[in-house]
Ligand binder design. Structure first.
Ligand code: NDP
Length: 367
């Protein structure tokens, strides 16, 4: 007997005893759709795609069922490693045919940044939901196209913001929203690592769309927004380049940036490809502070406030993310911090403003 049928049988007995109309209970159960699983194809079988695939082995609501790859040998490896049938394997030329595949619900793009937009448009046209890795696109104009295409196709567009489901992060956000830190007036976000191989796509502006800002800096942008719970109205930014050979034109090595918010709060952030162990969020309010270090790595995340440490269970971020994204799509669940295309677009508007502020040396005002 299926889990759902067993559950309905149990619920039926108990609700009759409580006098709750059976129809209402059945309707509530239909909404949870607890038997349904989100069937996922991963596009781009690289380092992060592999991490997501491994994490999904522990998911209850999401299942890896397909792949899109430009490397035939990886497809064969993944077929045996993750038990993927040949009918669910595609390459970048033929993946539009996914529209005729009823066994795939969503495509998760873990490809270089510049491929997110064109592939998203094709996935949406095929009638499948889309998860894009961060950054969602190269700029806000591309992001808007993605949001519009998914809306037109009636499919979900989400961004792989795994921190939006991380328990210590959510506790700090809850405290901030509940006013437990008082009025939060200052956020500091420090995001960086030393990048290796100079030939990798992350240092190719055509594929990456920039440098550290597009890769690691987006964590501080996104973090400032969810930690303070508001959108910035102005941006200033300064670039420092110590190695112009490795970090060529169009690839930022280090950028410091500041953001001002309607409440009067300010954020001061650093994005760099030249410092390791740089992964810290600090939020200060009139009544207290919260600090996280590491704040966005794969964890365990460490967090504490002026009252002491925040203790929460560490669960592999990508496992929680995929189960929660399944609940968003299958049950209409609303996450505490959004992960939809509009959320990705808000970050891209700020990325554009940071690059403009660096180029012009001027303060950029956002409406
Ligand atoms: P990798 O280089 O490890 O993998 C990218 C994969 O994309 C490749 O293996 C390849 O897979 C495919 N691909 C298609 N076209 C190209 C191309 N022209 N050049 C290179 N690869 C290509 O990158 P990552 O996995 O580290 O990053 C992928 C995305 O995930 C990025 O957007 C990045 O920002 C994001 N990311 C997110 C993280 C997070 O914590 N949320 C962490 C790390 C990355 P195939 O051979 O199968 O086609």
């Amino acid at each position: 007997m299926s889990t759902r049928r067993i559950f309905l049988k149990r619920v039926g007995l108990s609700t009759l005893a409580l006098g709750i109309p059976m129809a209402e209970t059945l309707k509530a159960m239909e909404n949870t759709k607890e038997d349904k699983v989100l069937r996922v194809a991963i596009m781009g079988l690289g380092s992060y795609g592999t991490r997501v695939a491994d994490a999904m082995k522990d998911c209850k609501r999401a299942k890896l069922v397909g792949v899109v790859s430009g490397t035939p040998s990886k497809i064969t490896d993944w077929q045996s490693k993750y038990d993927i049938p040949a009918k669910n394997c595609y390459n970048y030329e033929n993946f539009d045919q996914i529209k005729d595949n009823p066994d795939i619900d969503i495509v998760y793009m873990t490809t270089p940044n510049s491929l997110h937009k064109p592939h998203c448009l094709r996935i949406a046209a095929a009638g499948k939901h889309v998860i894009s890795e961060k950054p969602m696109a190269l700029n806000a104009a591309e992001g808007r196209e993605m949001v519009a295409a998914c809306k037109k196709a009636g499919v979900h567009l989400m961004v792989g913001y795994r921190m939006h489901f991380e328990l210590k992060t959510l506790e700090v956000v809850r405290m901030q929203r509940a006013g437990e830190l008082g009025k939060t007036l200052f956020f500091q976000g420090l995001s960086g690592f030393i990048i290796g191989d100079p030939t990798q796509w992350r240092l190719d502006p055509a594929l990456a769309g920039g440098g550290a800002m597009m890769d690691i800096g987006v964590y501080s942008i996104n973090g400032a927004r969810y930690m303070l719970g508001e959108e910035p109205t102005w941006i200033t930014a300064q670039e420092v380049k110590n190695d112009p050979v490795k970090f060529k034109e169009g690839v930022d090595e280090t950028i410091t940036f500041q953001m001002g918010f309607p409440s009067g709060a300010v954020a001061s952030c650093l994005s760099t490809y030249s410092l390791n162990n740089l992964d810290k969020f600090f939020l200060n309010g009139t009544k207290g502070f919260a600090e996280m270090q590491p704040s966005t790595g794969y964890g365990p995340i460490k967090a504490w406030t002026n009252k002491g440490p925040i203790e929460r269970e560490h669960v592999t971020h990508q496992t929680v993310q995929m189960d929660e994204m399944a609940a968003i799509i299958l049950d209409g669940k609303k996450p505490m911090i959004p992960v939809d295309g509009e959320e990705g677009l808000k970050d891209l508007v700020i990325v554009d403003a940071i690059y403009e502020a660096v180029k012009t040396g001027q303060k950029v005002t956002l409406s």
